[in-house]
Design a protein around this ligand. Structure first.
Ligand code: CMP
Length: 364
């Protein structure tokens, strides 16, 4: 229990400590700072290291505490933990000067959860887009080589020191194709300049392709992950269980999952509403006209604004950290048109809650 409390203190401090540590790392590489007598930068860096040591130890102990097994610790977690803690002291033990040993503190960046999530997303995109990326890289190398050969032929007479050999011409081709253009190697002959213009345009086209392939890959992977998460969450909501797989796929595509910390207002009474929520995980409190009502995982709320197209009749606040599935009003109407049983269940629940009146048949 005490370790849980420690984790709760450490988690929000991770980013500020990381920022402080990286600022101190930059500072220690500046000679003027190193000459200051008071070892403020060293103290800061060692304090940050101690913080990450405790943080990593807790991360290693968590699976043991929760599942009583080391096996739940993933390979990636282990690698990150070791890279964050070991290289700095190992650098000092190996006799490296302090500004060099502390450079290993760059691995602290791996402690950023979003960074590691980004790395895993990026590596998956690269694997999935391997073929189109290989095609673009081949095209890039093809243009690079031919541009270098052509420029070598056109410019070697005028600038033998820069374009006299193919290596120099290739350096020019790389800086031009990547649109970096340092300006240290430039063609001077009219034909060379004409070729440079064409290579610049070619460079933009190749990088446009490269960007397009990566952007498409990222979008597809993000959509896939969102879908898998929504699918898992939808399957947990009893409300959807009676529907077939085709309906669940349809619904999972329309729902957006949102994570809310504890004591967070999701819906405020009196505001216009344009979505309803299903509780996949967690618990909320509804404060309306009557006594407060608690809704747990599997329940839904926010349907009244969609059924009656009015304003919210209660304020809904999370009690514990909760994951909610959000359904926008337009999607609600599309879904209920396809699956009338959904509309009936929502209406029956609103009736049970006393939020709407039973419809009377005007003919009766
Ligand atoms: P809506 O009016 O859109 O936003 C507030 C939501 O709180 C409302 O929809 C219902 O989903 C929910 N709500 C209001 N009153 C009750 C109640 N008595 N019991 C359960 N849920 C309620």
């Amino acid at each position: 229990m005490r370790l849980d409390n420690l984790e709760q203190v450490i988690a929000p401090a991770r980013r500020p400590v990381l920022a402080l540590g990286l600022a101190a790392l930059v500072a220690i590489t500046i000679p003027a700072v190193r000459r200051i007598d008071w070892p403020v930068v060293d103290i800061t860096l060692w304090s940050c290291w101690a913080f990450f040591f405790v943080d990593t130890a807790l991360a290693f102990l968590r699976p043991v505490r929760v599942d009583a097994s080391w096996q739940a610790l993933t390979q990636w977690q282990t690698v990150v933990g070791l890279l964050v803690v070991i290289p700095v002291p190992a650098g000092f033990l190996a006799g490296l000067p302090a500004p060099t040993a502390w450079l290993f503190a760059s691995f602290w960046l791996l402690k950023l959860q979003s960074a590691t999530a980004g790395i895993s997303l990026f590596s998956r995109v690269i694997r999935q887009q391997a073929r189109p990326l290989a095609a673009v890289i081949s095209l890039f190398l093809f243009v690079l080589f031919f541009a270098a050969v052509a420029m070598h032929v056109l410019e070697r007479g005028a600038q033998p020191e820069r374009f006299g050999n193919l290596a120099g011409a290739m350096y020019w081709a790389v800086t031009t194709l990547t649109t970096t253009g340092y300006g240290d190697t430039v063609p001077v002959t009219p034909a060379g300049r004409l070729l440079a213009g064409l290579v610049m345009i070619g460079g933009l086209a190749v990088f446009g392709l490269w960007t397009g392939v990566l952007a498409t890959g990222f979008a597809a992977e993000t959509r896939r992950r969102d879908f898998i998460r929504s699918w898992e969450l939808v399957a947990r909501v009893p409300f959807f269980r009676g529907l077939g797989p085709a309906a669940i796929i349809d619904i999972a595509q329309k729902l957006r999952s949102e994570d809310y910390p504890e004591r967070t207002v999701v819906i405020r009474r009196g505001r216009e509403g344009d979505s309803m929520y299903f509780i996949a995980e967690g618990e909320v409190e509804v404060a309306g006209n009557g006594p407060p009502v608690r809704l747990r995982a599997g329940a839904f709320f926010g349907e009244m604004a969609l059924l009656a197209r009015g304003v919210r009749n209660a304020t809904v606040t999370t009690i514990i950290p909760s994951t909610l599935l959000v359904l926008e009003v337009t999607d609600f109407h599309v879904l209920t048109a396809h699956y009338p049983e959904l509309a009936r269940t929502v209406e029956q629940e609103a009736l049970r809650r006393g939020l709407i009146q039973e419809k009377t048949d005007p003919a009766a």
